[in-house]
Ligand binder design. Structure first.
Ligand code: IMP
Length: 499
């Protein structure tokens, strides 16, 4: 006979946090959102921690290299979508790893033979007032000089004057050597009262430019998630079909962590994939998705560095309707957390868990953390921002961004729904949709994290681990749900409403 669960399958909205005593030192400024990304032994530190408990979903409409840079800059991690050719995914990873915060590859370049007219023309096109002069006019050519606004006078100089006659030549330039840190570069900028510092490599090759204003922007991101070489940390999605070709390419490109992207991770395919990666590479790997104790332990025993929880709760997901499988996100999380904590007690190994999908309100994130998640993964949330890869459109007078599921006909990511046998997507498990456009990632994340920190203070917790230990959580009845929203008043329009 089938096994029946006695408890219904519950979602976040069915729960509320009950405040604990807030001590005076428990203020948002004292709250840390740092959290482990990968497993670690008791008393040791995880090899990778996040500075905020956010990851962006392994989806075409969410996680490309632009999103990865923006999110790592704010302290979280993106998993670049795997439903694209191997080389293209590896190239995105490479772009993130090659991105040096504050170091930019020069985008306006000319040769000494070009003229003042060419300078004015390029300035008009790009808006850049500092131009690099290289032997071949490329961004990585031999640096021969720099042209800035103070090097010429439009009223006096003739337009056909060659750059070689008015540029600041290399011999008079202040420059940094490749390998210099951003703060050392900034010291030179201040010391010599310049706005732009060229960074040169061997043979006088131009590598980067560092601008005074970019350093200021860099300082605005104290949570940046960087590796030992000061490159942004990035994850990448893989599947259980082509991992023997995909994983080497991603590791070679510099991926810090992989995740097997699947709608149902409780499978021997996942075990084989994890074991292949562990046997051949020194890279972290997460697995999933599962919704119960058995699935969790299976992936942990297969070697997973973290486990992703959630089936059927995603905003664009129709798996539950199509196949009748899945489980309420809160119930899944509660059961897996219990298994994880017990595993930790027995083995001394802590396995981080990621709550994936179904986050609608910001407080759902706090609830997920209180219920035991170490970080969350979100698709819809990030798809709304400037940094997501999809088009911004105006629909019915409102700005929206496109957002489609990996199981939709648009993405055709059949590997995510693979149950062995024939390849291809037989039926859809996701929809193609719009989400309301919400502006920049940084601004939204600041708002969300400040809500989380404030709630953690209500719960008397200064860290996620403390919240997981001390939180008190209650189920809400159907009628108290009504009480929770604005009720029995006539609402005026408010410009301050949030998620
Ligand atoms: P969201 O944050 O509620 O939008 O959920 C995002 C999550 O939904 C992803 O991280 C995936 O786990 C899951 N997902 C992505 N595409 C699909 C799909 O087409 N069908 C079902 N689930 C999906």
């Amino acid at each position: 006979m089938a096994k029946y669960y006695t408890e219904p399958s519950r979602t976040f909205t069915e729960y509320l946090l009950i405040p604990n005593l807030s001590t005076k030192d428990c203020t948002p400024a004292n709250v840390s959102l740092q959290t482990p990304l990968v497993k670690f032994k008791k008393g040791e530190k995880p090899a990778i921690s996040l500075n905020i408990p956010f990851s962006s979903a392994v989806m075409q409409a969410v996680s490309d290299h632009h999103m990865a840079v923006a999110l790592a800059r704010s302290g979280g991690i993106s998993f670049i979508f795997g439903s694209q050719p191997i080389e293209e995914e590896a190239e995105m990873v490479r772009k993130v790893k090659g991105y040096k915060a504050g170091f930019v590859v020069s985008r306006s370049n000319l040769t000494p033979e070009h003229t003042l007219a060419d300078v004015l023309d390029l300035k008009e096109k790009t808006g850049h007032s500092t131009l690099a002069v290289t032997d071949d006019g490329t961004a990585k050519g031999k640096l021969l000089g720099i042209v800035k606004g103070s090097d010429y006078r439009i009223s006096r100089d003739s337009l056909d004057k060659p750059i070689s006659q008015f540029m600041t030549p290399y011999s008079s330039l202040i420059y940094g050597r490749l390998g210099i840190t951003l703060s050392e570069a900034n010291d030179l900028i201040w010391e010599h009262k310049i706005n732009c510092l060229p960074i040169v490599g061997d043979d006088q090759r131009l590598e980067y430019l560092v601008f005074r204003k970019d350093y200021e922007a860099h300082k605005d991101h104290p949570n940046e998630l960087l590796d030992a070489n000061k490159s942004y940390i990035v994850g990448a999605g893989i599947n259980t079909r082509d991992y023997k070709e995909r994983v080497p390419a991603l590791v070679d490109a510099g991926a810090d962590v992989l995740v097997i992207d699947s709608s149902d991770g409780y499978s021997e395919w996942q075990r084989d994939t994890i074991q292949y990666v562990k046997a051949n590479f020194d890279v972290k790997i997460g697995a999933g998705n599962v919704v119960d104790r058995e699935g969790f332990l299976y992936l942990v025993e297969s070697g997973a560095d973290f486990v992703k929880i959630g089936i059927g709760g995603g905003s664009i997901c129709i798996t539950r309707e199509q196949k009748g499988i899945g489980r309420g996100q809160a119930s899944s999380l509660i059961e897996v957390t219990e298994a994880r904590n017990q595993y930790y007690e027995e083995t001394g190994i802590y396995i981080p868990i990621c709550s994936d999908g179904g986050i609608v309100h910001d407080y759902h994130i706090t609830l997920a953390l209180a219920m035991g998640a170490d970080f969350v993964m979100m698709g819809r949330y990030f798809a709304r921002f400037d940094e997501s890869p999809t088009r911004k459109l105006k629909v019915n007078n409102n700005f929206v961004k496109e957002f489609w599921g990996e199981g939709s006909n648009r993405a055709r990511n059949w590997e995510r729904y693979d149950s062995g046998g024939k390849s291809g997507l037989m039926f859809e498990e996701g929809v193609d949709s719009y989400v309301p456009y919400a502006g920049s990632l940084q601004e939204n994340l600041e708002k969300t994290t400040s809500k989380i920190k404030s709630t953690m203070c209500n719960c008397g917790s200064k860290s996620i681990a403390e919240l997981q230990r001390e939180a008190r959580i209650t189920i809400v009845s159907a009628t108290s749900l009504v009480e929770g929203g604005a009720h029995d008043v006539i609402l005026k329009e408010s410009g301050l409403s949030g998620e």
